[in-house]
Design a protein around this ligand. Sequence first.
Ligand SMILES: [Zn+2]
Length: 421
Amino acid sequence: MKIRVLGGAREVGGSCIAVETENCKVALDYGIKLDGVTDEYPKNFDAVIISHAHLDHSGSLLRLTKVRKKQTIVGSRITRDITIDLLKDMIKIQNEKAGIVAFDDQAANTVRDSWLTAETLSLTDMNVTMYPAGHVAGAKMLGVSSEGKTVIYTGDFCIHDTEILEGCNINLLPREPELLISESTYGGKVRPPRDELTRKFLVEVSGTMKRWGNILIPTFAFHRSQEMAKRIDRAMQEGVLPNYNAYVISKLGSKVTTHFNAYKQLFTKEISQQEKPFDYKYVKYIERTSEIEEPAIVVCTSGFGHAGASLSLLELWAEGEENTVILTSGFLPADSPLRFAKEKRWFRAVEGDKIPVHAKIVTIELSGHADQIELIELVTKLKPKKTVLVHGDLPQADALSEKISQLTEVCIPEKNETIIV
Ligand SMILES: [Zn+2]
């Protein structure tokens, strides 16, 4: 097998890996970069296999199906449905920004029509198998085998369970693969246990509620917003948090939530036994910030505070020292209002005014990625002959490489580098 890293080399974003045998060629993921730039990947694949719906793994599919009408795309059913929603949302945002129609909803529908909802694939001299990856609803690791040799691609994964989703089960994966292609987002980072982080989250929330402050939680529409809303709803039901005005503002999030209810069997046992687990008792979906009754706790998009309800509420609540902003992602782009608010204690409003920040800003990283300990655990258990690190900035990949180099041969490829198995 010839493996070529087409994207996501020494960076997070634009994941795409080509695997080629004598008779066939597939792409594992077909993503877009975090800043929305699409790379020009080759388009001559027998099949394109999508590990999960995040756009950095699926966002370039629009370009692909535009030129290749008969493309086979393979992935799980929920990944298909959510990818289509995310693509349509991306099309809307990009068209508004550019003032032109580069793609329309029909383009996303073409992706849908090309999609084969399968979890295994057999080609002439290659077989692909999918394994649950944790991370987000529907996420898969991909095992590619040919002539008795196996390559495992982790996509994005997480070993520990979260409140709504079980982590990946390493025991299901084939042992001693020729090659492991692993993400390394947090290759240099060890995170506190999840229980500790959720406890810290609830302490911050209840502390703010005691002083009747507002709580702003900017987050992503897919998975994080549902996980957060479920956490708050459950804490109110169990009396861990008082009954407080609680909202989610995200049209896209609300759409994704319908898929979560429809595919509830993909979540933890407890969740899958509930009738409509993501119809909350205390947390309401609303469309506009004007519907909020203060004081309130609000989960909303965008995740980086660039636009939408996150930005309007940040403008509204930043100056009140009784308020709290909870950031759940460690990564914030340099130009994001939330990064400014956190580091400089001021940010620029849409109108251009400089707004000082007196509200408390806390970061509690409730991430869906494996940290360094989990990444090492995967390598230790699988015992791959060789490990290729992708989907991580170079310092993160380097730190992980140092830790696993006794266990496996390690390579941190550059873009377009080829590895032969
Ligand atoms: Zn992801």
